[in-house]
Ligand binder design. Structure first.
Ligand code: COA
Ligand code: AMP
Length: 630
């Protein structure tokens, strides 16, 4: 293994204090930290306990002050509306300071929460950065979630203000946000004071149609009178944002990230992604996901690069050349997307004929994350694009890569199926169920020795105990990632899948337990199981199986349709839940545990094992024809 990565990895492991204090020099501090890790409340660690900074000032003001105000900061490109606009650092700073003034005018201050429900328009990064400027804590909710999920997040984060837009644009429909927000406000027990709306053309519901559950305002009108707000000095340990993600139960986990995470993001831009001032990064994700938080908004701007905010899809807007058009039009140096997007392009344009129509010579690297990069898609994209295609593995919780090919440091040889090596700062180990180390090549639980590096979650919102119970208790001294995998003889990590009920649909993380809760709430359902089955395009898709209560009148088909509609209504279209089957019985052990793993193995066409504790093996046999792909 090449020295540069190895040396850096060793330095971070041997002296985390020195390593991260040195990395912290990449950030502008109002009070530079004198200490890196604070272990007084272990296993809850904090980073840079005496440092003070403002993350927005690091993303904008300092670049303007350094004379780079005319450099491109945010490139908005909408394949949905054919709009394109580039904001320089000075222009973006003006917008953000103005919107921070709007929020301040509504009484938002340091520590207050602001919920953002926004599509991929400039208002999204502007509102995020405006919160950061005031020290307010933002929580962005992805547009594909239903009002009920929005309400759950409102009740957990207790925001004073919601910032939204008229709606989002999907290829087949307009997504009306105002009725969704109004419904969520109605459902939530927490009372939101103000809703600020970025108005867009082409939507049915406007400010004249909303119920008086809160004070609703036009963002444009408020902006016209706003006094620009200055950045507020915050402790590095103060929360920057809350981002909800699927856990093992229906209630989402509010991952909290602090302002000191700027250090890790800055470090990752230099050493993992290799992107700096004067370069353009195009991360094709959504601001509602962690990839969007870190690599559409914060990291590229902290690094002084230009970032592309793309409203569109990889295919169908208008064709499978959409990404390559963006690369050409904006001179993109580095791209980042999810494997699903590549599979979608491959399905429509296997020979990459669309690529040939665009001049993409600026593109140096393509990073992918969010789900496993299957070797087939890896080889196809590497050969077709003729640039390194770099898998990186991480989670909402960690906020930046745990394993990657550290291209900014040095590009290590790639191995198909592996996101390469643990990133400096992460001490990755493979543990058996008893917490004992598994030798190289053996599969087990992927765990990270504590403390996690800076930039990773500091806790779950308002619930340190749930943080400890969910991640830090299974293997004392470690963070349990919930993924299984192995390290090979060369120290390369292979991530094989989740050990819990989390599934990954088009790079979106979903909990089968949460879908089961929704199905189980239907009056006709006696019991149910949801499993993630392998899908050639989306990675996994959820499939439900339900047993109806005795004496239910409705036919199976009718109930199945109701259940599909119910999941869409309760969780949202993002669940992509389209398949549910009424069955006579579910396979169980004698103690009543549903054999979901066996069901998944049958559905995926792999060898399956029926445990000796099965209650009735004939139930498994009866399911095989339903589960096995035709
Ligand atoms: N707001 C509202 N609805 C949304 C939405 C949003 N932001 N994003 C997706 N949806 C809806 C879609 O309209 C669709 O609804 P429908 O049931 O009415 O058709 C449903 O959610 C499922 O959407 P999607 O997962 O996008 O599937 P698709 O078949 O429409 O498109 C892909 C397939 C591969 C093109 C798409 O999944 C994709 O772009 N994947 C990349 C994912 C990605 O970037 N993930 C980020 C993680 S790093
Ligand atoms: P999320 O929190 O939505 O980013 O989802 C995190 C989960 O997605 C991880 O725990 C993995 O199961 C999966 N995942 C993300 N990136 C990768 C990757 N590069 N390889 C394999 N699995 C991945």
């Amino acid at each position: 293994m090449n020295a540069t990565y190895a040396e850096t990895y060793r330095a971070a492991a041997a002296d985390p204090e020195g390593f991260w204090l040195a990395a912290a020099r990449g950030i502008e501090w109002e009070q530079a930290p004198t200490r890196a890790v604070d272990d007084r409340r272990a296993p809850l660690y904090r980073w840079f306990p005496d440092g003070r900074l403002n993350v927005c000032a690091n993303a904008l003001d300092r670049h303007v002050a350094a004379g780079r105000g005319d450099a491109a900061a945010l490139v908005y490109d909408s394949a949905m509306t054919d709009d394109s606009r580039t904001y320089t650092y000075s222009e973006l700073l003006d917008e953000v300071a103005g919107f921070a003034g709007v929020l301040a005018g509504l009484g938002v201050g340091a520590g207050d929460r602001v919920l953002l429900y926004l599509p991929m328009i400039p208002a999204a990064p502007i509102a995020m950065l405006a919160c950061a400027r005031l020290g307010a804590v933002h929580s962005v909710v992805f547009g594909g979630f239903a009002p009920k999920e929005l309400a759950a997040r409102i009740d957990d984060a207790e925001p004073d203000v919601v910032v939204t837009a008229s709606g989002g644009i999907e290829p087949n429909r307009r997504v009306e946000y105002l009725p969704a927000v109004a419904e969520a406000l109605e459902m939530s027990t927490h009372a939101v004071g103000d809703v600020v709306v970025f108005e867009r053309e082409g939507f049915e519901a406007g400010l004249g149609d909303v119920p008086p559950t809160a004070r609703w305002h036009s963002a444009a009108l408020l902006m016209a009178d706003a006094e620009p707000a200055d950045p507020v000095s915050m402790a590095a340990t103060d929360p920057l944002y809350i981002l909800y993600t699927s856990g093992t139960t229906g209630s989402p986990k509010g991952v909290v990230r602090d302002g000191g995470s700027a250090v890790a993001l800055d470090w990752s831009m230099k050493n993992v992604y290799g992107v700096g001032p004067g370069q353009t990064m195009f991360t094709a994700s959504d601001v509602g996901w962690v990839v969007g938080h870190s690599y559409i908004v914060y990291a590229p701007l902290i690094a002084g690069a230009a970032t592309v905010l793309y409203e569109g899809k990889p295919v169908g807007t208008p064709d499978a050349g959409a990404f390559w058009r963006v690369v050409e039009q904006h001179g993109v140096d580095v791209m980042f997307t999810a494997p699903t997007a590549l599979r979608a392009i491959r399905k429509q344009d296997p020979q990459l004929e669309q690529l040939a129509k665009h001049r993409t010579t600026t593109l140096r690297r393509l990073f992918v994350a969010g789900e496993r990069l299957d070797p087939d898609t890896y080889e196809w994209s590497r050969d077709g694009l003729a640039v390194p295609v770099i898998d990186n593995w991480w989670q909402t919780e960690t906020g930046w890569p745990i394993a990657a090919n550290p291209a900014g440091l040095e590009l290590l040889p790639l191995k198909a199926g592996s996101p390469t090596v643990p990133v400096p700062g992460y001490r990755v180990e493979i543990l058996d169920p008893l917490g004992e180390p598994v030798p190289a090549g053996g599969e087990g639980n992927i765990a990270i020795r504590l403390p996690l590096p800076p930039g990773t979650l500091s806790s779950l919102w308002g619930d340190d105990q749930r943080f400890v119970d969910s991640y830090l208790s299974q293997f004392p001294g470690y963070y349990a990632t919930g993924d299984s995998g192995y390290l090979d003889e060369d120290g390369y990590l292979f991530v094989m899948g989740r050990t819990d009920d989390v599934i990954n649909v088009s790079g979106h993380r979903l909990s089968t337990g949460a879908i089961e809760e929704v199905l189980g709430g239907h009056p006709a359902v006696a019991e149910c199981a949801v499993i993630g089955v392998a899908d050639a395009l989306k990675g996994q898709l959820p499939r439900g199986f339900v047993v109806l209560k005795q004496g239910v009148d409705a036919g199976a088909e009718e109930t199945e349709a109701e259940l599909v509609a119910r999941v869409r209504e309760h969780i949202g279209p993002v669940a992509d839940f389209r398949s549910v089957t009424v069955v006579e019985a579910l396979p169980k052990t004698r103690s009543g545990k549903i054999l979901r793993k066996t069901m998944r193995q049958i559905a995926d066409g792999s060898d399956y094992a029926v445990p000796s504790t099965v209650e009735d093996a004939s139930v498994v046999d009866a399911l095989v024809p339903l589960l096995r792909p035709a």
